[in-house]
Design a protein. Structure first.
Length: 193
């Protein structure tokens, strides 16, 4: 039991070191830099995670779970529908604004293509959560195609706009959140209204 606890603690320490490197280096984070940050050799890092894809998957799970938890809290916090839409968009953008290098690592690194399943799983879970909320709020049958299609469109739109914004930074996050809310509310608000 103690050996397992020590292994779990060591794994968490290695993930913390990897997080520090990813925060600094983003998509170019290397196993060598992560091992150096952790004060170990690369073979020890490989022993814990296998290839870089294993480390990527562990980091992706950590960050996407945290983001999904934040979005669930925001979505279920109550308030008028337009306010919830705005808060949810702003929560997503606030997370990628606070950790742009982590975001780039998750979606732009070489490993992102290899370990696509982690981020894809997050996107799927978020779409399902949104679809259920849309169906409930609009009184749609749970199998109504509109809820699933709208949820996929919303997630894709906000992600694409967030990608663009991280590159250009041509407005404040709050302005982007307001613009996206305005666009969404044009369609969603009519259905909800």
């Amino acid at each position: 039991m103690i050996a397992l606890q020590n292994r779990d603690a060591r794994r968490e320490a290695l993930l913390a070191a990897a997080d520090a490197v990813v925060q600094r280096d983003g998509a170019s984070a290397s196993m060598a830099a992560i091992a150096a940050e952790a004060g170990i050799t690369k073979p020890i890092l490989y022993r814990h995670f296998g290839a870089k894809g294993g480390l990527y998957a562990a980091l992706a799970e950590r960050h996407t779970d945290r983001l999904l938890d934040a979005l669930v809290v925001t979505l279920t916090a109550g308030g008028p529908p337009r306010e919830r839409v705005h808060r949810t968009i702003d929560t997503y953008l606030a997370v990628i604004e606070a950790e742009p290098q982590v975001y780039r690592f998750l979606v732009q690194s070489e490993e992102a293509a290899l370990a696509h399943g982690q981020v894809r799983g997050f996107v799927r879970r978020l779409q399902e959560l949104l679809a259920a909320g849309i169906a409930h709020e609009l009184g749609l049958d749970p199998v109504d195609l509109r809820a699933a299609v709208w949820a996929a469109g919303i997630v894709g739109m906000v992600q694409a706009a967030g990608d663009r914004w991280l590159e250009t930074r041509d407005c404040e996050r709050q302005e982007l959140s307001a613009l996206l809310t305005e666009l969404l509310w044009g369609a969603y608000g009519v259905a909800a209204g």
